[in-house]
Design a protein around this ligand. Structure first.
Ligand SMILES: [Zn+2]
Length: 522
């Protein structure tokens, strides 16, 4: 547990914020964010209106306090968060027109207050300060890539959201947005869960809402719902390629449904495991407990590496007690009589699913999880869904090709007939994340990864056509975050600036800063 006093914490956090917002780090540090207790904020300004913690954001140009009711209180200099428009840089040609915003005042940070506050709401796992890379920061020496995500900003937080098929109104692309926490309640409601049962395990309402406005109101007696996640597929390029005929599978879904031009806003940080968990629980990180791909838990003194091929099958260990997964919501308390109601393909967050790839890995006794599957996976070189064999030179892409081919195989097996198919099937694919990390959005390898995934989607739709059941199915297609391209000339690390302070700290991610007492291990 924490051993720093509140005063020590406050003073140390202030030095950290000052160091990180120094103008000489402006090229790599976009924003520094943290949360303050209401009492801290009130003592300073005599503000009686607050009714909970407030979110703070600072950069080298100034500092702002963001209240949950939307008020911006500029405390110093200029407001570093000028826009929170979730529809910023739309239509898509605006996003493509420039290499990306250079300053936070040119950028947009949707739902900034609520997303920052959620990151700081966990009792033992929240950091004390979170640092955001500028979109252009290239940090290969710390695990960064040509294409990156993780920021609070709109492009890295914008995942696609498309609904299609049975019960969905055919609207095409509409100028609207949703949030990724809306996916869980939407899938659960489509699969027949009553509105009153869309709650967490403690009975509290979810953070998300159902997207019933896009449904035509048809009562489906025996619903069959398929949720599809293409990891890191950016909303803008996905819709652009679908509309220009390059992704016939997505285009087919779009012809029978609706996609939101503003996509679905990820939780912060816009990283994989935090958002897979938000998508499948309807909760932000402060409630589900997966604070990042890597985070520190003061309660156990352990560093948790949640997003790793070697640990995905252990995801249930990180979930907080109040979490219910969408699989648990759909399965409910009613006995199944042996039928399979929920299935979860190639997804870490699988607790409660009747069929799960990760459960098979847990049962196999391979201690290194999916990382140890090795030769059990299909050969990437012979994949019929590969656009360009040269992409396999990227080892992550090659592994993603193998895993995704196996995912399609599982989907075909789960869908032997309409009657035997699960009520809710969740199908995650990974190669899109590999393609976008390797080349950045709109690069040849990134677009290949979208085409490869579309080829698998088409193969599955043709399988359903063969069964004559495609029209009986409701589809939801999404991702866990967006992507922005970095600039290989913008390099450096904020670590030396923190080390110069002489304050013990941990930096997980990097970006989640935990301030430690002098005797604690860092
Ligand atoms: Zn991801």
């Amino acid at each position: 547990m924490r051993t720093l006093s509140r005063e020590q914490l406050s003073a140390r956090r202030e030095s950290v914020v000052e160091a990180l917002t120094s103008p000489d780090l402006a090229a790599i540090v976009d924003l520094v964010v943290w949360a303050e207790a209401e009492a801290e904020a009130e003592a300073e300004i005599g503000d009686q209106r607050g009714d909970g913690p407030v979110a703070m954001a600072a950069s080298y140009i100034g500092r702002v306090r963001l209240h949950a009711d939307g008020r911006h209180q500029v405390l110093q200099g200029l407001d570093p968060i000028l826009s929170q428009d979730p529809m910023a840089f739309l239509p898509y040609n605006r996003e493509c027109a420039s290499p990306g915003p250079r300053t936070s005042r040119e950028n947009s940070y949707p739902y900034a207050a609520s997303r920052i506050l959620s990151l700081f709401a966990d009792s033992t796992r929240s950091p004390d300060v979170a640092v955001m890379h500028t979109p252009r920061h290239f940090f290969a020496e710390q695990g960064g890539h040509v294409g990156e995500h993780g920021s609070l900003d709109v492009i890295q937080s914008r995942a696609p959201l498309l609904l299609s098929g049975r019960g969905v109104t055919t609207l095409g692309v509409v100028d609207a947005h949703a949030r990724l926490v809306d996916v869980c309640p939407t899938l659960a409601a489509l699969a027949g869960v009553a509105e009153t049962d869309l709650r967490d395990a403690a009975g509290e309402p979810l953070d998300g809402h159902t997207l019933m406005t896009y449904l035509c109101g048809e009562t489906v007696v025996e619903p069959k719902v398929i949720g599809i996640l293409w990891d890191g597929a950016p909303c803008g390029d996905l819709l652009h390629l679908a509309e220009s005929g390059e992704l016939p599978g997505v285009a087919r879904l779009l012809d029978a449904g609706v996609a939101l031009r503003g996509g679905a806003v990820a939780q912060f940080p816009s990283v994989t495991l935090t958002n897979h968990t938000s998508i499948l629980t309807g909760l932000g990180p402060g409630r589900h407990g997966v604070l990042g791909n890597v985070f520190y838990d003061r309660g156990t003194g352990l560093r948790v590496v949640a997003n790793d091929a070697a640990t995905w099958h252990r995801s249930a260990e990180w979930l907080r007690p109040s979490v219910r997964t969408v699989f648990e919501m759909v399965n409910g308390d009613v006995p199944h009589r042996g039928s399979m109601r929920t299935a979860c393909v190639n997804e870490a967050v699988d607790r409660g699913a009747d069929y799960s790839t990760m459960a098979i890995i847990r049962g196999s006794g391979i201690s290194s999880g999916a990382a140890g599957l090795g030769e059990r996976l299909p050969d990437a070189d012979t994949s019929i869904h590969l656009s360009d064999p040269a992409d396999l030179q990227d080892s992550y892409y090659s592994w993603g090709t193998q895993v995704d081919d196996l995912g399609l195989e599982q989907m075909r097996q789960l869908w032997g007939s309409l009657e035997s198919a699960p009520t809710l099937t969740w199908w995650a694919s990974v190669v899109t994340d590999a393609g976008h990390h390797a080349g950045g959005p709109r690069s040849a390898i990134a677009r290949d990864s979208l085409r490869d995934s579309d080829s698998r989607l088409m193969a599955f739709l043709e399988h359903l056509d063969g069964l004559g059941v495609t029209d009986e199915v409701t589809f939801l297609l999404t991702a866990d975050h967006g992507f922005e391209g970095s600039d290989p000339t913008v390099i450096g690390s904020w670590r030396p600036a923190l080390e110069r302070l002489g304050i013990p700290f941990r930096d997980e991610g990097p970006g989640l800063i935990y301030l430690m007492a002098d005797h604690e291990q860092t």
